[in-house]
Write a protein that binds this ligand. Structure first.
Ligand code: ZN
Ligand code: ZN
Ligand code: FE
Length: 751
């Protein structure tokens, strides 16, 4: 007589072809029993020869479906019940469905081969997919993941598709979005009143228009893109003008890995990210000179085609490097509804390549890079959301609403922390709407009631996210300070709840403990016991509030107010009038705040080196400084002394002004500033770690997206015995705040 195993598999195992995979594996080893999508994961009952059972478990662990991500396999040996076949049982529903929703997947190799095979019935069909690939999160309207709860519910399967869907040995067994040219949705090309129907005809005309230099709106997986030939400077320029995007870099989509190699310098790690199932935009040093695409930028964002439609466009002769940018104006979230896209993009796109399958929710492209500390996700959206980032030891639900600028929300259900996609800047109506929808969406999908939920928000009373959070009829509201959340986010992804660390949080601005604007903070403590602020940047004045984040000279007026400075309206500084106006605010103490922000220190330095105009996007001046410093070897640093718990930037700024007046190159100055900041910070870190007896340093906050600074800091800290932790699974910028908030909110609420 054989043996029996009762197995529970946890992780991303729903909607990724897991049950058909298990069915085929059981079939191969002559095992009987059943498989079931339970709420805590996939449950299996297997009976048969012991060797077969062992082989099954081995294959399950070593060779799961490509898109599955298994976090746990628990096997309990039990008594055989004498099953005579292997069946897929219907899903059970008891409590909260905690089986994870899979992110969207790129088209797989098998589907791609069929797409290009003229004898296949799905030849050239833009909606081809199977259990290993295709849309998930962007089409799901509810759980469990079944066709009636997707945006495919209006298309009835034809006979052939139905046969595949119901055949356990078929690659399309229970592939919810399965479709074919006979029964499924189609694409069309619209140009004014003129419509071209037929997938092949529409795609061919679209690629012709792209080759000619036209701007195209293309409906994709999680929203619309604006596309044009990246090598055509005129086309890119037109796109910038029509999109009101003056300087911020555009990402490109390249035909294949070969073209990616000739476009950017890819490290082996970067290539792994580029071809991975998330198919993000990967930032890497540009190799190709593409004027207008990424001005004043060392890096270029590159991604590979991920939908069948993208491949069809390139196959039909579209230019090999396409600008592919989220279709929106300035920093609004990506457009995803057809009527909305029509309205918003009418004056931008020359033509629309539109598919019929509705998009259930907007999901932007993700952005990632390989930093000196390993992979660093900068925008977490398509391909990653809404997968769980970490597990907390709690059963009660917790919702965190993040920060306002790079909004994301995190919902913890049965201990699993699901981090939403990037939602944009809540100052924009569209983003605020997406933010509210995402909260409702996650609560509904995981069947969580607000009255049972602890809601965590930022300490800032004027944040829109705070205001929305306080309106929610929650069980309890908890406020968490911004920079402590930055530090906690890094600890949360490591589940390091009790580790005592030195947390360094450097960013633009966040609300501090005493109505002071923070952004250069050092903390000691742990998630469990909380963080005590032990040091910070010397406080500076900041005139004019929010506008100071847009005008480097305005920040400069505050930071320079305690120094002796020459006449900065004269060359080489040429500060505009705005500087004098801001200075007057400081002198009269009107509309002037106190800040410890490192981000504004970067802005001040950028102003002194010549960036005296208004920034056209967030972080632009700091990015410009990094770019200036990047190619230089270490130079003599400017002094940044650390005394009495404060990093004093005054000697640094004085030295910089003197050398600039003497005519030293701005690249040298930028480099000496970075070096000074790195040495001053590492000096402070070493002293604080010794004084407080900690061995682990956490670096978090938007400033650590600066690779030049991080690289120098890493080298300096490597000489010590300290361990350095940084963000990998959630962004170091404000996109990671909601994750940090759940960790600290949990500790504070005493759950
Ligand atoms: Zn496939
Ligand atoms: Zn069909
Ligand atoms: Fe921040």
């Amino acid at each position: 007589m054989g043996a029996a195993y009762h197995i529970l598999v946890r992780g991303t195992v729903q909607g990724v072809g897991f049950r058909p995979f298990v069915y085929r594996l059981a079939d191969a080893y002559y095992l009987k029993g059943w498989v079931l999508n339970g709420e805590g994961g996939v449950e299996l009952w297997l009976e048969g020869a012991r060797a077969g059972l062992e082989a099954f478990v081995r294959d399950l662990e070593t060779n799961p479906p490509p898109a599955a991500s298994i976090t746990e396999v628990s096997v309990v040996e039990t008594e055989p019940e004498g099953f005579t076949d292997f069946t897929i049982r219907h899903s059970e529903r008891r409590n909260h469905p905690t089986t994870r929703i899979s992110p969207d997947l790129p088209v797989c190799e098998a589907c791609l081969a069929e797409l290009r095979d003229p004898s296949d019935r799905r030849h050239g069909y833009p909606y081809i997919n199977c259990t290993d690939c295709g849309p998930r999160y962007s089409i799901i309207t509810g759980l469990p993941y079944d066709r009636p709860l997707t945006t495919m519910r209006d298309w009835t399967l034809c006979k052939d598709c139905a046969r595949e869907y119901h055949d356990p040995l078929n690659r399309r067994f229970h592939a919810q979005p399965v479709a074919c040219p006979v029964c499924g949705p189609h694409y069309a090309l619209r140009r004014g009143e003129h419509v071209i129907r037929g997938d092949a005809e529409a795609v061919l005309e679209a690629s012709r228009l792209l080759s000619e230099g036209s701007l195209l709106a293309v409906k994709g997986l999680g929203g619309y893109h604006l596309a044009c030939d990246a090598r055509n400077a005129d086309a890119v320029k037109t796109l910038r003008e029509r999109k009101f995007r003056k300087e911020k870099a555009f990402a490109v989509m390249v035909k294949d890995v070969g073209v990616a190699w000739s476009t950017v310098d890819l490290s082996p790690e970067a290539e792994v990210l580029l071809v991975g199932t998330a198919r993000p935009i990967v930032l890497a040093p540009a190799r190709l000179d593409l004027p207008e695409v990424a001005p004043n930028n060392r890096d270029l964002g590159v991604m590979l085609p991920y939908t069948p439609l993208h491949h069809l466009l390139f196959d039909a002769g579209a230019p090999e490097v396409l600008v592919m940018t989220s279709a929106n104006r300035s920093s609004e979230p990506i457009a995803y509804r057809d009527d909305e896209a029509w309205e918003r993009l009418a004056g931008i796109a020359d033509a629309f390549l539109v598919g019929e399958r509705p998009i259930a929710r907007r999901v932007d492209d993700s952005v990632i890079k390989v930093s000196v500390f390993g992979s660093q996700i900068l925008r977490r959206a398509r391909g990653y959301a809404p997968s769980a980032v970490t597990t907390l030891p709690i059963t009660q639900p917790l919702l965190a609403v993040g920060a306002d600028l790079k909004s994301s929300v995190t919902l913890v259900v049965e201990g699993q922390a699901f981090v939403s996609q990037h939602l944009g800047d809540l100052a924009h109506f569209g983003a605020l709407k997406a933010f509210r929808e995402t909260i409702t969406d996650l609560m509904q999908m995981y069947d969580v009631n607000l009255k049972d939920t602890v809601v965590v928000h930022d300490l800032h009373p004027d944040y829109r996210s705070t205001q929305v959070a306080l309106e929610l009829p929650a069980k309890k509201h908890v406020a968490v300070q911004h920079h402590r959340a930055h530090v906690a986010s890094v600890l949360a992804e490591r589940q390091a709840w009790d580790e005592r660390v030195l947390g360094v949080a450097f960013d633009g601005t966040g609300y501090g403990d005493a109505s002071v604007i923070w952004g250069g903070e050092f903390f000691v403590g742990s998630v469990r016991e909380g963080f005590e602020r032990v040091a910070h940047l010397r406080p500076a004045k900041l005139p004019g509030g929010d506008a100071a984040a847009k005008w480097p000279v305005q920040a400069a007026a505050g930071y320079l107010s305690e120094l002796e400075t020459p006449d900065l309206s004269a060359p080489p500084f040429n500060f505009p009038k705005r500087y004098d106006q801001a200075k007057q605010l400081v002198d009269t103490n009107l509309q002037t705040f106190t800040t410890t922000s490192i981000g504004r220190l970067f802005d001040t330095v950028a102003a002194l080196l010549g960036f005296t105009r208004e920034m056209s996007f967030e972080g632009q001046a700091a990015g410009w400084l990094e770019h200036l410093a990047h190619n230089l070897q270490a130079v003599d640093p400017y002094p940044l002394p650390f005394e009495a718990g404060q990093l004093d930037y005054r000697p640094m700024l004085s030295a910089l002004i003197q050398e600039r007046a003497r005519g030293k190159s701005i690249a040298d100055l930028a480099s000496a500033f970075h070096e000074g900041l790195a040495q001053g910070t590492s000096n402070a870190v070493l002293k604080l770690c010794e004084a407080h007896q900690v061995k682990v340093v956490v670096l978090s906050g938007g400033v650590f997206q600066n690779d030049h600074l991080s690289g120098r800091l890493r080298t300096l800290l490597e000489r010590s015995e300290l361990t350095v932790w940084t963000a990998h699974r959630a962004p170091p910028n404000d996109g990671g705040i909601s994750l940090g908030q759940v960790a600290l909110g949990w500790a504070k609420a005493g759950l």
